[in-house]
Design a protein around this ligand. Structure first.
Ligand SMILES: [Zn+2]
Ligand SMILES: [Zn+2]
Length: 360
């Protein structure tokens, strides 16, 4: 046995020989005193009983189950402050609707010693009701968006497509608890959507205008006072143009074709004589679509004089006559619209070229 000399190192706790770690302790003594992680036995979390979203530190968020466990581990599993090279493996076991066991395998290095531990925590779910569901249950709303059209009544399908854009807008926005739909449904001549947020209504309105043209009219009504402030409701009336470039519209008692779009409407080109004028979406609210591009007929001329052309009427296969358009060039094909049982020859527009219609 060696003689104990001054300056010889030994464990401060048990007197064992080196190697020593940290505050001069042998490995068994270090391991007895240091835990790699502190893990609580039970950890509570809250899920909305109505819609299933989860409360994370006072905020309601849409997250997956794996993300919930990650979040709980991050918040509740405390690694030793000197731990390095830490690793964590998780296995979960569902015990019941509300209880899930989280088995953790952790490792890390403290004072050059590798620690490996296993722990189990129980995640306990409690039911709550999120802000959105609370407001929804109270039929809370701030805004109504009215989808309508000008020029032509839209089909149910067209309204469905317009309505679907709201889902996309909500998806692209942040998780605001007020971004919900209170109620919705078809009404005469359109579709109404009642929303929890004015901001959402306006964002959707802008989206509709940029995607489909047309314009939004905004009005506010005061429904009461709360804490000395007027409580207002917003109504957004969106009118989608029911016409496309090249369609025939009755507008201001004449027939016109929208020739090109402008920032806030269209350049309208008159059919019975050479005339162009700019019109805003609002100006065009009084217009009616009488013949869409898809219903036009392109026909060969059989006989013509300076003002009238004869062609084969595709609806009866008899010869028919039509007054030629103001820009007519002899022997050129006719573009025809059928309006109230009569044929109308149309002047040319740039969009006619792109129209792949077969001529007869
Ligand atoms: Zn010791
Ligand atoms: Zn909810």
């Amino acid at each position: 046995m060696a003689i104990e000399g001054l300056g010889r190192d030994f464990c401060l706790v048990c007197g064992a020989d080196p190697p020593l770690y940290g505050d001069r302790m042998c490995e068994p003594c270090v391991r007895k005193r240091i835990k790699l992680v502190q893990v609580p036995e039970n950890i509570p979390w809250v899920r909305c009983a109505r819609c299933g979203i989860v409360e994370i530190q006072g905020k309601w968020v849409h997250i997956s189950e794996e993300e919930i466990w990650d979040e709980l581990i991050q918040r509740h599993v405390q690694f030793h402050k000197n731990a390095e090279d830490v690793g964590l493996a998780l296995e979960t076991r569902t015990v019941s609707d509300r209880h899930t066991l989280l088995h953790l395998q952790v490792e890390g290095v403290i004072e050059d010693l590798l620690f490996q531990e296993e722990h189990t925590m129980r995640a306990r779910m409690a039911n709550g009701v999120c802000l959105t569901c609370t407001r929804r249950a109270g039929n809370y709303f701030e805004a109504t968006v009215q989808l309508r059209s000008t020029g032509r009544r839209l089909s149910e399908e067209e309204f469905t497509v317009l309505r679907q854009t709201l889902d996309k807008v909500i998806e692209d926005l942040s998780d605001d608890p007020m971004f919900f739909i209170t109620s919705e449904g078809p009404v005469t001549g359109g579709y109404d959507v009642v929303l929890g947020s004015k901001g959402l209504a306006r964002t959707w309105g802008r989206h509709l205008v940029s995607e489909y043209g047309g314009h939004v009219a905004e009005s506010n009504s005061t429904v009461g006072r709360k804490d000395g402030i007027d409580v207002t409701r917003l109504t957004l009336l969106y009118r989608k143009p029911g016409y496309d470039l090249g369609d025939v519209l009755r507008w201001r008692d004449k027939y016109w074709r929208p020739a090109t779009w402008t920032k806030d409407g269209a350049i309208m080109s008159r059919i019975d004589r050479q005339e162009r004028t700019g019109a805003t979406w609002r100006d065009l609210e009084s217009s009616n679509v009488v013949s869409q591009m898809k219903d036009h007929v392109v026909a060969d001329i059989i006989n013509e004089d300076s003002s009238v052309a004869e062609f084969l009427d595709p609806t009866s296969w008899n010869m028919a006559e039509v007054r030629v358009a103001w820009d007519h060039v002899p022997r050129q094909k006719l573009r025809l619209a059928r309006i109230d049982g009569d044929w109308l020859a149309l002047h040319k527009l740039g969009c006619d070229e792109e129209d792949g219609r077969k001529s007869i």
